[in-house]
Design a protein around this ligand. Structure first.
Ligand code: ZN
Length: 65
């Protein structure tokens, strides 16, 4: 089972500022899902384990399959 990548929201990429002093948007390939836009359950859980402030946003697909 796969989950929408929480880091890139399923896009496979996301934008970051180049640096604090150079606020230019840079498009980077998502390293969490390797640009696939989906992650497996283990990667999904690990992402939220390492970002506890996002825990309230965690939604799994339980019950949809
Ligand atoms: Zn991703």
């Amino acid at each position: 089972m796969s989950n929408i990548c929480p880091r890139c929201k399923g896009n496979g990429f996301f934008k970051v500022k180049e640096s604090v002093s150079n606020q230019v948007d840079q498009v980077v390939q998502c390293p969490l899902c390797n640009s696939k836009g989906e992650v497996n359950d283990k990667e999904y859980d690990e992402y939220y384990d390492s970002h506890p402030q996002l825990k309230s946003l965690q939604r799994k697909h339980d019950g949809f399959n």
